[in-house]
Design a protein around this ligand. Structure first.
Ligand code: 13P
Ligand code: ZN
Length: 274
């Protein structure tokens, strides 16, 4: 059996969480990640018949029975993951009942998966329906995205369009736009259901005055979406704080980009006024 601490997926989790911490997006225990793993690959590192603990999830994830995820632990700090992955991360498998997580590795101090597991697993289910390749859900609290939540309406068209205007490549990176939820209590099934509903149409979901979710086939895609939104939100906050904004990318310009990059079928055309 190979050493799990050298597994590429553990390395990836260590690197991305350290990176996100250093961006200032994931203070204290803020943010969480779930990453669906390949059973065969995990089997090279762990005895898949050895269930350490069974942890109830509190919701039905029957669509994911048998699927294995590496998930950040609740209350755990992103800054500590690279130094102690076995305590701050866990590898879980959704049991046959659909409502139990079988712990295969990690959460070594007796901890458990993120309190946002409902939003993560329900989002996995929603995204897999759209794209069978989807494997990663990332939740984070990026600074400028959150700042922007205080100064513009929490409306999908306004939010998406404001960001598209900030730099030319935004509409190329997220032509499908950003779903927006109002402020809600976090860490429960209700916000999970609402997030997953948005994930049917969006790879990005903004939680009002809380943070953002990104989905993708790998960590690069999910992180890259959030990173691009955050960069645009930073531009928005800096440009508007100057009190003077005299140039913008018009909707005509945005449509030229859509045509140049062949995004006609994926762009949220109803977010443009053409
Ligand atoms: P967890 O520590 O349970 O992952 O919660 C952090 C968070 O960001 C809640 O939304
Ligand atoms: Zn959060």
């Amino acid at each position: 059996m190979k050493n799990i601490l050298n597994a590429p997926f553990v390395e990836e989790m260590k690197k991305i969480t350290a990176n996100m911490y250093r961006q200032g997006w994931d203070e204290r225990n803020g943010g969480n990640i779930s990453y669906m793993l390949d059973e065969k690959e995990v089997g090279e590192y762990l005895d898949l018949n050895n269930v350490i603990r069974e942890i109830p999830t509190g919701f039905d994830a029957s669509a994911l029975i048998g699927k294995i995820f590496i998930v950040t632990g609740t209350g755990k700090y992103f800054k500590n993951i690279e130094f102690d992955p076995e305590n701050n991360l866990g590898i879980i498998r959704i049991a046959k009942d659909g409502t139990t997580a079988e712990l295969l590795w990690g959460y070594s101090d007796g901890g458990k998966f993120t309190s946002e597991l409902p939003a993560h697993l329900m989002s996995h289910i929603a995204r897999l329906e759209v794209n069978p390749e989807n494997r990663v859900i990332i939740h984070s609290h990026p600074v400028y995205t959150l700042a922007m939540n205080h100064v513009i309406e929490l409306d999908e068209k306004i939010f998406t369009h404001t960001l598209w205007e900030m730099c030319t490549e935004c509409i190329i990176v997220f032509p499908d736009g950003i779903g927006v939820l109002p402020w809600m209590v976090c860490g429960n099934n209700e916000i999970g259901i609402a997030t997953a509903e948005k994930m049917k149409n969006f790879r990005l979901v903004n939680w009002g005055i809380h943070g953002i979710y990104g989905a993708g086939k790998d960590i690069d895609e999910a992180f890259g979406l959030i990173e691009t939104v955050e960069k645009a939100a930073q531009l928005y906050m800096i440009a508007t704080a100057s009190g003077k904004r005299i140039n913008t990318i018009t909707d005509r310009n945005l449509w030229e980009v859509v045509e140049a990059f062949g995004l006609e079928d994926v762009v949220r055309k109803d977010f443009l006024d053409l």
